[in-house]
Write a protein that binds this ligand. Sequence first.
Ligand SMILES: Nc1ncnc2c1ncn2[C@@H]1O[C@H](COP(=O)(O)OP(=O)(O)OP(=O)(O)O)[C@@H](O)[C@H]1O
Ligand SMILES: Cc1ncc(COP(=O)(O)O)c(N)n1
Length: 273
Amino acid sequence: MKQALTIAGFDSNGSAGLAADLHSFYAAGIYGHGVLTGVVAENATTITASTTMSPSFIKEEFDDLAEFHITAAKTGMLANSDIIKTVADCYSKATFGPLVVDPVIITKRHNRLLSNDAFANFCHQLIPLATVLTPNFTEAEELLNHDFNNQDDIITGAHQLQAMGAQNVVIKGSHDHNQPLIHNYVLLADGTDFWMDNRFVKTNKVNGAGDSFSAIITAELAKGQPVAKAIKRANQFVDVAIHHPLAVGQNFGPINHWAGEKSFTNDSDSIDG
Ligand SMILES: Nc1ncnc2c1ncn2[C@@H]1O[C@H](COP(=O)(O)OP(=O)(O)OP(=O)(O)O)[C@@H](O)[C@H]1O
Ligand SMILES: Cc1ncc(COP(=O)(O)O)c(N)n1
């Protein structure tokens, strides 16, 4: 059985974070393990309280997973410098395969999940471990400390993130202004690149879209798929999962992992390598 690991926070409403990652692993046919970094008390709209695990507890979780044959992992909410340092140390000593780093900095509803003083540690200790780095538009701007005004800025930004140590970079497209298309940019380790353009869907059922995107990349890497194929598969999964909203949550809510799962069986041959 192929096995993957998520190193992330638990969101009490189940739509994002570790829960979304485990839903995604299951949908991709992968057994999922979890190193819990923290817990957020969160309804579908906002976070009301949060707490983090101690570095010693996180280390214990890593130690206990050493006996499992994990072939890819991802990070989500890491919250602070101590946790980043612990995760980077533990991951470097483990043999868990490629690492997808999703810079969970701020939620869609503007709650910060990474403290401002942790940015330097994130950039110096975690980004160099990333097989794939998956910032959204705003997170990429924050990591690089400058705004993107056009597509050339995004391309330059991805190269800068690669120069910081990430092998492959996906900058997810902005969708703040309801443009008809979301332009996701992919820069691969060998310098080749491509855009994935998705039709914008007017819906509030998008909680956990970014977490699930990085989780499906992780699941596909755990299966041994090439990076470009894993990224395209994840994009297709999330796109289908957003187009088939679930009746969960009064207003905001999760993407539909069951619909995403069907995209694996229906279109398993339609993604180019
Ligand atoms: N309203 C939407 N319509 C169509 N596709 C969407 C929509 N929202 C998100 N997506 C797709 O989902 C992908 C990941 O979502 P998003 O950009 O929201 O990531 P994120 O901001 O990192 O998410 P998260 O809030 O989970 O951290 C996007 O690249 C985009 O292709
Ligand atoms: C524990 C945790 N991790 C990640 C997110 C980001 O997810 P989103 O912005 O999609 O709600 C979240 N809200 N909670």
